[in-house]
Design a protein around this ligand. Structure first.
Ligand code: PRP
Length: 210
């Protein structure tokens, strides 16, 4: 597996919060808080290469060298579970645009089914960040990147929480140019396509629909 484009956070806070997130007894409210916090921490790492230009800034005492963020960001949460990651990102980059992509996984074929797509006519940002806590077979992540590329986006990043090795391979094969940022890579997929040990269904656990 081509792992050079897969970044697994080694930050102690990420490891700590992911452990709380996995616990069966973590209730919905806490689960949502943890998803938001983990999104911020992973987003911080994923955005380390954003482009800056030099500007001067006036302090109360003098002029100081400063920086302007050159890259405009688009956030693409994959519904439903990706929704919980949006607020964490928006706290850091309030000017980001948010485009929703609705994909669900057919429970028999495990293939993604598209049911909603709210993209403007043409891309107006420099970097698109796809958000989805779970990367299982990789079908949803690949489909999201397919849509974005067909739409004309060049720079795409994927930020998730937990991935299965099978899913990472699928993304690396279909989109070797897309870096993937994660809190953990788990052992395997089970016969139902769920990540093991994982955390269960991230959509159901956020929205109380289990
Ligand atoms: C889950 C998850 C991902 C997808 C991952 O969503 O949030 O979107 O499955 O699986 P894949 O890598 O095999 O495509 P789900 O289809 O359960 O929809 P939901 O978020 O609405 O619950």
């Amino acid at each position: 597996m081509a792992l050079e484009n897969v970044h697994v956070s080694q930050h102690p806070l990420v490891k700590h919060k992911l452990t709380l997130l996995r616990r069966t007894k973590t209730e919905h409210k806490k689960f949502r808080e943890l998803i938001r916090e983990l999104a911020m921490l992973l987003g911080y790492e994923a955005m380390a290469d954003l482009r800056l230009s030099d500007i001067a800034v006036d302090t109360p005492l003098a002029s100081a060298p400063g920086y302007h963020l050159e890259d405009d960001i688009g956030l693409i949460p994959i519904l439903r579970a990706g929704l919980g990651m949006v607020d964490g990102f928006l706290e850091m980059i309030p000017g980001a645009q948010v485009w929703h992509l609705g994909l669900y996984r057919d429970e028999h074929t495990l293939r993604p089914v598209s049911y909603y797509n709210k993209l403007p006519i043409e891309p107006t940002v420099h970097v698109c960040i796809v958000l989805d806590p779970m990367l299982a077979t990789g079908g949803s992540a690949v489909a999201a990147c397919d849509v974005l590329k067909a739409w004309g986006v060049r720079r795409i990043k994927f930020v998730g929480l937990i991935a299965a090795p099978e899913g990472l391979e699928a993304v690396a094969k279909a989109h070797p140019d897309v870096p993937v940022y994660l809190a953990a890579v788990d052992e395997r997929l089970n016969e139902n396509g769920f990540i093991v040990p994982g955390l269960g269904d991230a959509g159901d656990r956020q929205f109380g629909t289990a």
